[in-house]
Write a protein that binds this ligand. Sequence first.
Ligand code: URA
Length: 310
Amino acid sequence: MRAANKGVNWIWSHIARLCPMISAMFPAESSNPLTDLAWLVEAGADEAMLDEPVNRFVQRAAPAAGATAPGKPAATKSIPVASPPHAGERRAFPHENKAAPAGAYTDQIGAALDIAAKCNTLDELRAALEAFDGGVLKKNATHTVFADGNAQARIMLIGEAPGRDEDRAGLPFVGRAGKLLDKMVAPIGLNRAENFYITNVLPWQPPGNRDFGLEEAAMCLPFLRRHIELKAPDMLVLLGRIAVKNVLGKTEGIMSLRGKWFEYFVNGRMVPALYMLHPAYLLRRPVDKKLAWRDMQSLEAKARELNILT
Ligand code: URA
């Protein structure tokens, strides 16, 4: 293991010496410059476009202390991301893969609507979800996975449901897919500590990581819709087919939807919503990282146009 690390460092030191443009993009603190570089190359960003190197992995200047977006309250603490015990992408374990019986959630759907509507802050919503009787779905989960990132961020990402790592850590997107996601958004200046907030359609890992059913989604959606209202983002990013289906009701093929912007109304205000390929899908089909990179560029352009990123 140590020999392998030595090898990587040796290769990296030669790349750094031979190609200052590449080395400038990956500062010494980058955990593994070669995997960072691999992401950009797989995404098709393999050509120098400018005369001077642009280090997209160095965090953009943090806003001055106390500075906030117009009309937004001052930033509060971000929730730290716990390291998962092991990283694994979302996959089903057939022996545990039992769908809930039809009608198992009938009572809970009405209750969810009622309870979510009464929550007036994100903290109240989190507490309500933690106290909620979510039937088999919740009983099988270790944690209620509410959200991660900066609660004051103007960009809100929505994924599908927690996987094993997220269920253990109690935080969304901390497994392999989450790590890829962080790597994908870093070059356009996004990170959880500062400028994005992330949650899932479902706050509980379905038993055996199976796909969840219509009733389970119907029980969780009142909480998600209230979550979006209380968070009141200026931009939504829907990660994967399940998110776009449940939030916007879109069921077309992922390739015809990806990269498109939709409109979602939050408290009477139009919020642009981008549909992107899910990072777990990209782990299975790395060849499509090129498409994801284009979507990242579209996200960056829109965020700059709306002064969300400066
Ligand atoms: N996939 C998701 O959609 N959400 C997570 O939190 C983790 C993996």
